[in-house]
Design a binder for this molecule. Structure first.
Ligand code: CU
Length: 500
């Protein structure tokens, strides 16, 4: 591949980064033959698709053996849902190194979301380095990619050796908040791509003025949260993680690796509009263009201020002794730099389009603490990394709450395979949106509900790639019991979640 001017080796699917868009129709049986031409094992996971465990593509889960060099594995499953999804390797660093693509599932009998044009917008973060090198650098020093982070790592070190009070006083003496300069990303140096194209290469989607254009925006990056906007256009958000929602008009949205939003835009002028996806560490843009003719370019927006961490991002720490005004507690995470009067999408806006079938209250709550050790670059769930932890066990059919608490200063997009969760976002149970990936902001708590309606072994992990690889992952086991033990719920009786 030559994306940045330097030809380098990357992993491709059918010769492309991203791989081909897979187009399915609801209720059809699909067969996908994956031939591994690499000299290492591989896998493909269908992100957000509800498939039997052995088709989910996580090696050693549900007896899936992985795909060895030279082998072909045949995936076969029935497509039980509709919407926008994606796929990626679940083996080593292959996803960061190019092994990803998009999935579009058309509703049987036509889509009620009408559009004259329909484009996939796959965002990714491309590095000339290989994933192994990046991981090695982070293990050597978590601040490898960020000189500002040193201050923060030092601060954590001081807390350990001197206690929080003394460390905080020292930090204060440095001059207010030097650590506020710390950015919100672990890895920098990426080139951000739209459908595999750099800002210079400028992926372009054509339209005629007045047309309704559907953009299926997929964050297929390894480590990058993006603020997405199209200056001059309102975006009508119609899907979140592939699931239809009641439309919400916004000027911008922030999303994490693995999340997707479908938006409808209606460009009225005969000109070029810029799709600008800005990573939250403000180190560039993924840029694409909506234009009435090839070769046109819109204006590139000005880079926004780097979001900086504030005391509010340190919620996991005991700050009871500190003199702070409520204003100090505002989280740097939420400072997206949205212009006054503009509307940024919030999870609270998401309302399921339709009526949720399972509206039971949870039978129990499972606490999920997200933690990390920056000195060793280890990321944990309930203080354990994946290799040290027992699975989380759920009874088939039970309704549980996952209560996340983020004790770290980074946001973590938590992804569960095999089942959608419902966000407890303030909407009534009937209207809680389905998600496959949920951002837990730094220092904050967030809860979701889950109906354990898929028996099997399911990966549950942070979708920041280097966090998953360094421990922030669990196996969730849903055990099928005697049928008489399974509660009769409408959701289960009808075979799980549907988009409609
Ligand atoms: Cu994480």
């Amino acid at each position: 591949m030559n994306i940045t001017g330097t030809p380098i080796s990357k992993i491709t699917i059918n010769d492309g980064i991203p791989g081909p868009t897979l187009r399915f129709t609801e209720d059809e049986d699909v067969t996908i033959n994956v031939t591994n031409k690499l000299d290492e094992p591989t896998s493909i996971h269908w992100h957000g698709l509800i498939v039997p465990g052995e088709m989910d593509g996580v090696t050693s889960f549900n007896g899936f053996p992985g795909i060895k060099p030279g082998e072909t594995f045949t995936y076969h499953f029935r497509v039980k849902q509709t919407g926008t999804y994606w796929y990626h390797s679940h083996t080593m660093g292959q996803e960061q190194d190019g092994l990803y693509g998009s999935i579009i599932i058309a509703p049987k009998g036509g889509d009620h979301i009408k559009a004259d044009r329909d484009y996939v917008v796959v965002l990714s973060d491309f590095s000339e380095e290989e994933s192994d090198e990046i991981m090695g650098n982070l293990k050597k020093s978590s601040d490898y990619y960020s000189t500002a982070r040193r201050t923060l790592a030092d601060f954590f070190h001081d807390i350990k050796t001197e206690g929080f009070d003394k460390a905080w006083k020292t930090a204060k003496e440095w001059g207010a908040m030097r650590m506020a300069q710390t950015d919100l990303a672990d890895v920098t140096g990426y080139t951000f791509l739209v459908n595999g194209k750099s800002p210079q290469q400028n992926w372009t989607g054509l339209f005629k003025p007045g047309e309704r254009v559907r953009l299926r925006v997929i964050n297929a990056s390894a480590m990058s949260f993006f603020d997405v906007r199209i200056p001059g256009l309102k975006m009508n958000v119609v899907q979140s993680d592939g699931q239809n929602i009641e439309p919400v008009k916004v000027d911008e949205f922030r999303f994490a690796p693995a999340e997707t939003y479908d938006v409808i835009v209606m460009p009225k002028d005969d000109k070029a509009y810029t799709i600008a996806a800005e990573p939250i560490d403000r180190t560039g843009f993924a840029i694409g263009t909506l234009a009435t003719a090839k070769g046109m370019r819109g204006e590139i927006p000005k880079q926004r201020e780097r979001a900086s961490l504030k005391m509010g991002d340190m919620g996991g720490m005991d700050m009871s002794d500190m003199e702070m005004t409520p204003a100090d507690m505002k989280s740097g995470w939420i400072e997206a730099g949205t212009p006054p009067g503009d509307k940024a999408l919030s999870y609270a806006d998401l309302r399921y389009a339709g009526i949720q079938k399972d509206q039971r209250k949870p039978e129990r709550t499972i606490e999920v603490h997200l933690g990390g050790n920056m000195e060793r670059y280890i990321w944990t769930i309930n203080d354990k990394k994946f290799s040290e932890a027992e699975p989380i066990r759920l009874k088939y059919g039970e309704r549980v709450r996952l209560n996340f608490t983020n004790d770290t200063m980074m946001a973590h997009p938590m992804h569960l395979h095999g089942m959608f969760v419902q966000l407890e976002n303030g909407q009534p149970a009937a209207k809680m949106p389905n998600k496959h990936t949920v951002i837990i902001p730094p220092g904050q708590s967030y809860s979701v509900l889950l109906t354990a309606d898929a028996a099997g072994e399911w990966a549950f992990h942070c979708h920041l790639f280097y966090h998953m690889m360094s421990g922030m992952m669990r196996k969730v086991v849903v055990a099928k019991l005697d049928p008489s033990d399974v509660p009769a719920t409408p959701a289960l009786a009808e075979g799980g979640h549907h988009a409609h």
